[in-house]
Design a binder for this molecule. Structure first.
Ligand code: HEM
Length: 430
């Protein structure tokens, strides 16, 4: 349980946030905040002061409130917090003009453009490839155990590194049109970005720079030789009237990679962890899948997003004028962070919010956000999440956690929630 010390004035100070215990299980602290300080002023580990919005109704309102800008230029930055809310340095100009950092009318124009290329049909047509990638990764896990000969034995794997991590990066590279022979470079750059978050800056900066350089070249090549991929689709859409600058195209490819990568790693990781620690729910799902019923898989993946989703806090928002959220006045230039993980456990909105119920249907969770910045990649994330979890349960039916949940380490990043490793064991006779 979180600490609940009292402050000097009667007002309780609240639980300690952003500690190791908090990263492991933030939900008791969020319950306290929802109850006692639903719009809570705190100092983030980076030194930036921000408001945390934890109730579902307030969160939904804030996500759709256009007085809250996504543009970090609206941050009233004190000197010590300079650059802490965005990508710092010279990359700012180059990669910052992406969807999550801009407001209408630029946002409307760019979102319309990318929506023309990133269609539900493109995602649906991609399903066989996602299945192929998923099977190939499970084959590699099984091959590693020397199981090819068919002998029964115990196998082991780290589902984050061997499965959840590579799947989304290969998938998004394929979709964007990054040639297969270059995809391992992306895997390395992305690995550097995810591993060293909040850690040493140099390696991350180098990886971002290399990725950007590569994307600019790729966009140039696709202009000369368009294909059937998403980048060519983007260029085609922009050639039909609406303008997309070279910088905007690179920033768009970058945000698709960036927004579509670690989120999906964590959907698979957090989702599988929740299934492995809720055996009755997992058995129901396995049973339904064995009977060819995919209904529970569909509601189940939504429930896993609500219960322990990949995006703990929505990305930055800044007040462009004075406004009130949940009775709290917010000053101009103040950063506002909507805590999706807290809103999605709000008992005012969800019955038995701390219970994992894969068959939950009244489930308008905020895991993909809400309003004009609602996740563009939700159909792809659903496809990957459903394919990954169903295939793991089918091909490794007796999969079990090979560690004490208390010993698992969670990444302590601000926006994302996910496991560093997920050790599992299984029988290799398939
Ligand atoms: C936006 C969650 C996967 C692309 C968002 C937002 C959330 C979110 C919460 C809104 C953030 C905010 O308002 O501050 C997720 C989750 C995913 C996932 C939980 C996986 C389970 C993907 C994938 C892609 C993607 C696979 C693309 C390949 C985007 C983009 C935006 C976005 C481009 C910005 C949209 C805009 O600003 O208009 N996502 N996402 N996401 N997501 Fe996702």
């Amino acid at each position: 349980m979180p600490d609940q010390p009292s402050g000097p004035a009667d007002k309780p100070r609240g639980p300690e946030l952003f500690t190791w215990e908090f990263a492991t299980d933030p939900y008791p602290a969020y319950a306290w905040l929802r109850e006692n300080s639903p719009v809570h002023r705190t100092t983030l580990p980076s030194g930036v002061d921000a408001w945390l919005v934890t109730r579902y109704a307030d969160a939904r309102q804030a996500l759709a409130d256009q007085r809250l800008s996504k543009n970090p230029a609206h941050h009233d930055e004190p000197a010590h917090a300079k650059g802490k809310t965005g990508i710092p340095g010279e990359r700012k100009a180059e990669l910052m003009t992406h969807l999550l950092n801009i407001d209408p009318p630029d946002h409307t124009r760019l979102r319309r453009l990318v929506s023309k290329a990133f269609t539900p049909r493109r995602v649906a047509e991609f399903a066989p490839r996602v299945q192929e990638l998923t099977d190939a990764l499970i084959d590699a896990i099984l091959d590693k155990q020397g199981a090819e000969g068919g002998g029964a034995g115990k196998g082991e794997a780290d589902l984050i590194h061997e499965f959840a991590f590579p799947l989304p990066i290969y998938a998004i590279c394929d979709l964007l049109g990054v040639p297969r022979e270059d995809q391992d470079d992306f895997r390395d750059w992305a690995g550097m970005m995810i591993r060293h978050q909040g850690g040493p800056r140099g390696g991350v900066a180098r990886s971002v720079k290399k990725m950007r350089g590569y994307l600019v070249q790729l966009i140039h090549r696709k202009r000369l030789e368009p294909g059937d991929d998403l980048i060519s689709g983007l260029i085609r859409a922009s050639d039909h009237g609406e303008h997309l600058t070279a910088n905007e195209a690179a920033a768009m490819a970058f945000i698709l990679l960036f927004a579509g990568f670690e989120t999906t790693v964590n959907l698979i990781g957090n989702g599988m962890y929740a299934l492995l620690t809720h055996s009755e729910q997992r058995q129901r799902l396995q049973q339904a899948l064995a009977e060819g019923d995919t209904g529970l898989l569909e509601t189940g993946v939504e429930e896993l997003l609500r219960f322990d989703g990949p995006v703990e806090l929505a990305t930055w928002r800044f007040a462009t004028q004075e406004l009130t959220i949940g009775g709290q006045e917010i000053g101009v230039g103040d950063p506002v962070l909507v805590v999706l993980a807290a809103a999605d456990r709000d008992p005012e909105r969800f019955e038995r919010p701390d219970t994992l119920d894969l068959s939950r249907t009244d489930n308008t969770h905020l895991g993909y956000g809400h309003g004009i910045h609602y996740c563009l990649g939700a159909p792809l994330a659903r496809l990957e999440g459903q394919t990954a979890l169903a295939t793991l349960l089918r091909r490794l039916p007796d999969l079990q956690l090979a560690a004490d949940p208390a010993d698992l380490r969670w990444r302590g990043g601000l926006i994302m929630r996910g496991l560093r490793t997920l050790p599992v064991e299984f029988t290799t006779a398939q």
